[in-house]
Write a protein of this length. Structure first.
Length: 317
């Protein structure tokens, strides 16, 4: 396979197995080395080439080149996946991480964002202008996979899944065409943009997302149980959750701390002011709890035993 023509014309950089930094680029494609080793014990999948693209035109050129040479195309935005699903053995690997532009239209209440933008970068850019959207809980995750996968982010009771915020997208098709898709144009592709995940039949090079007003009081409270009480704690939270405001996001997870496992129940209120945040979290403080649990702490911080809480102002998403 002669890549000289593609290499010479590509806006970005084409890295092939003969290049000195190919191995570094290969292992940087996945979230961790474990993501590749754990799924591929014989060694990580090895793309035929890695295209670090700089714009949509570069994506088009790569897709057309792959089609001409009968190659598969693998797409990576941030690589945050335990199985290293974004890395394709023998494929022309597209690395979209440089497509990380953010343009906010405050008047229209929308933003145009690249698939390489991370949750952290988007939260900071939107928060500076008084906006938000349901970005994910892990700050290093890029939007390409997050939005295509549905996107379960902050304040879901009010804002819904992140993919519901997508109002348009720029897409390179398998034929190398560049399309702007929305509910009014190429509606079938637009429907797939909102949750098709790795089965999406194209490459998204830009999303247009609807914005929300930044909550002015984001407060959290938490309870910690011994892992042996996880079942009763989860059942209790399930009962209490029915009475919580839609602006409260409740989460239950089990993790090891030192030599012991613990179950943590946490709730975050996305409110307009501190009083509203306190009111939204009040059911957690007032409900009868399973035995052996310490006091509930909410904003302002307080409580007893292993219970703890944190309060915060704008931007603590």
């Amino acid at each position: 396979m002669n890549t000289s023509r593609l290499r010479a014309s590509l806006r970005g950089r084409l890295v092939t197995p003969g290049d000195p930094d190919f191995e570094t680029r290969l292992h940087a494609l996945a979230w961790t080395a474990l993501a590749l080793r754990g799924t591929h014990p014989a060694g990580p999948p090895r793309p035929a080439a890695i295209a670090c693209v700089a714009d949509a035109a570069a994506v088009q050129a790569c897709v057309r080149f792959a089609g001409e040479h009968g190659m598969r195309v693998a797409v990576r935005s941030g690589g945050h996946h335990w199985s290293g699903i974004a890395v394709g053995g023998g494929a022309l690997q597209l690395d979209l991480s440089a497509l990380d532009g953010i343009t906010v239209d405050a008047t229209a209440g929308v933003a145009q964002v690249g698939p390489g933008v991370t949750n952290r970068a988007l939260a900071q850019a939107l928060g500076a202008q008084g906006f938000a959207m349901p970005y994910g809980h892990c700050p290093g995750v890029a939007l390409g996979g997050y939005l295509l996968g549905g996107g379960l982010g902050g304040n879901p009771g009010r804002w819904g899944p992140a993919c519901a915020s997508v109002v348009a997208a720029e897409v390179v098709t398998a034929a190398g065409e560049l399309l702007l898709v929305s509910e009014h144009a190429h509606a079938d592709l637009f429907a797939a943009v909102r949750g098709a995940g790795p089965l999406f039949p194209g490459v998204v090079t830009r999303f247009t997302v609807a914005l929300q007003a930044l909550p002015q009081a984001i407060h959290q409270c938490a309870l910690v149980f011994p892992a042996a009480q996880a079942a009763s704690a989860g059942a209790w939270l399930d009962d209490v959750a029915h009475g919580l405001s839609p602006c409260v996001e409740a989460v239950c997870h089990v993790a090891a701390r030192g030599g012991d496992a613990e179950c943590t129940l946490s709730a975050t209120a996305f409110a307009n002011d501190v009083a509203q945040a306190h009111e939204a979290l009040a059911p957690l403080a007032g409900a009868a709890r399973p035995g052996g649990v310490g006091g509930v702490a909410g904003p302002p911080p307080g409580g007893e035993g292993r219970a703890g809480g944190a309060g915060g102002g704008p931007g603590r998403a």
